[in-house]
Write a protein that binds this ligand. Sequence first.
Ligand code: GAR
Length: 189
Amino acid sequence: KAPLAILISGRGSNMASLLEAARAADCPYEVVLVASNNPDAPGLAFARDAGIATFAHSHKGLARADFDAIIDAELRKAGARYVALAGYMRILSEGFVAGWAGRMVNIHPSLLPLYKGLDTHGRAIAAGDAEGGCSVHLVTAELDDGEVIAQARVPIRPGDTAETLADRVLIEEHRLYPEALAAYIRDHG
Ligand code: GAR
């Protein structure tokens, strides 16, 4: 199985869905590390309880590239071949991204290329869109800009708020991310 590291900043529900999927015998990845820039991320405790190695280091006070080098060293030490960003709310330095080209993926809560960045659901509703969704994409140095490898769509209903839409999209995220990552790793080894 391909060794996978997951980077989180908070709740970690997408991380949990990847951990759950990894338990299946035919899953092509195994999670070797969960790392975070936020030592208080609730997802860290979840991972530890699941018996997964964790690493946390605050980014505060560090230059972006210096912080990324700390994370990169941990990923290499853990033997990761792939990296999955799961609610990792940090812009990444070019050097870090280059070192994982084609082997780092992210899930973003919009139908990319629409709504890169933050407040994706609020912006989709304000625009009067008929649907929202989520995208799994390769990570490049440009924010939320890499090749999309899978998407899921959900209808936007009258009366939806950013919160109700986020809840509906999140259900799809939890299904899409493990599936898209497994397919990608099966194709790329
Ligand atoms: C998820 O909805 C994810 O798509 C989004 O943050 C949430 C994290 O939730 N990611 C981004 O906005 C990335 N720019 P989680 O910690 O429960 O997985």
